[in-house]
Each structure stands twice: as C-alpha cells, then as structure tokens.
Write a protein that binds this ligand. Structure first.
Ligand code: ATP
Length: 199
C-alpha cells in the first residue's frame, strides 16, 4: 500500500493536518501515541527496556516509570540512543501490524511521527509531508495547548531537527501559518496521492 509519512516540529500542526486527511477517509497511524502504548504493551520491548535500564523502569502494576527513564536519558545522548534503538523498531513492527489490518480498499495510508526523519522511518514511506509554521506561532500554540512555559517548549524544540534540515528531506509541504488555509493544501495533496497510488 502507498505510504505517506507526515511530520513537523512541535506545535506545527501535524496532528491537525492529519485530522483533515482522516475526514477524507485516509487512515492515520499516530507513531508517537503508539510508542506510548507499546512501551506498556509490547513484551519484547518491555524486556529490552528492563535489560537496558533496570527492572525499576516499570512499576509492579506494569505502568512505565517515566521519571526513572527520563532521569537516565535526559541530556544523555548515548542512553537516549539506546532507548530509541529499542522503541523505533518496535514502532515499525506496530505500523506493519496496523497496516496489515487496514481496509485494503483505501488508496493510501498516513504515518504521523514527530521524529519521522530523525528515526529514519521516512525511508519506509513512499513520500513525505513536512508541516511548517513560524517558531513564534508554534511556541504560542504549545504553551496554550499543554499549559507549559516557553522554556519547556524551546527545550523540546532543541531536541528535534530544525525545519531547514527537514526541508531537505521532505517531498511535500503544508504551510500552517495564519495566512494559508490547510484544507485547500490537504485537498491538493490528496489528489496527488490518489494519482500516485493508482499509478
Ligand atoms: P506536537 O508535535 O506537540 O504533537 P503537532 O505538530 O501535532 O504538535 P497540533 O497538536 O496539531 O500540533 O497543533 C498544536 C496546537 O495548535 C493545537 O492546540 C491545535 O489545535 C492548534 N492549531 C494547529 N493548527 C491550527 C490552525 N491552523 N488554526 C488554529 N489552531 C491550530
């Protein structure tokens, strides 16, 4: 099945753009939500995390000990890479399992991932979309949505590739600022993907 990867910096509006594709009947796999689910549901991944970071990575009731893991990987590139090397392949497996049960009549699927380029998962997509918005607008959107400070959002932004790096790798763009409407842009992309998936 034709696969479209979609990404964008924090607060760019990638989830909002995905909702428009969903209205058009396109199934969306939300990789970041799925990553959270499998960290408490995928036995292979759980074993890997316990081996790498200790049994205290999980509470007795099976819940993830976020504080313990964050304490290890926060500002430690090596430990973060170790965690990603466990989680990313598990998300790829989850995507394959999801895609295997998606309605086979849909023309294409969408995979939304904040780290689509950083994780290398864009290589498994037929094409990619980058959602962009000015940094100031992204900052304000996330402050309002998550009730966090500008510093907390900036710290999260610093951990992602910049838009300049992502633009080099992306095939298509959705500009989600206050001048461009996203619906017309999504409809135009949808037409392109329909013809690509038919061809
Ligand atoms: P994250 O990386 O944190 O998951 P995201 O890129 O998925 O963020 P969204 O959650 O889609 O971004 O959008 C961030 C916030 O901005 C949300 O509260 C959303 O409702 C709002 N937003 C996004 N796009 C628009 C828009 N075009 N008009 C108004 N509000 C918007």
């Amino acid at each position: 099945m034709y696969k479209v990867g979609i990404t964008g910096g924090i607060g760019s509006g990638k989830t909002t753009v995905c909702k428009v594709f969903e209205v058009l009947g396109i199934p969306v796999f939300y990789a970041d939500t799925e990553a959270k689910n499998i960290m408490i549901g995928d036995a292979v991944l759980i074993d890997g995390i316990k081996s790498a970071f200790g049994n205290e990575s999980y509470f007795a009731d099976g819940k993830l000990n976020n504080k313990h893991i964050a304490g290890i990987v926060f500002n430690n590139e090596t430990e973060l890479a170790k965690l990603n090397a466990l989680v990313h392949p598990a998300v790829f497996r989850a995507f394959d399992a999801w895609e295997a049960v998606v309605n086979p009549n849909v023309p294409y699927t969408l995979k939304e991932a904040a780290l689509l380029f950083e994780s290398g998962s864009y290589k498994m997509c037929d094409t990619t979309i980058l959602v962009t918005a000015p940094t100031e607008l992204r900052l304000n959107r996330v402050i309002e949505r998550d009730n966090v400070t500008a510093e907390q959002v900036k710290a999260r932004m610093d951990k992602q590739f910049s838009d300049v790096e992502k633009e080099k790798l992306a095939d298509h763009f959705v500009i989600n600022d206050e001048q461009h409407g996203i619906i017309a842009q999504v409809l135009a992309l949808h037409q392109q993907f329909l013809s690509m998936s038919n061809g």
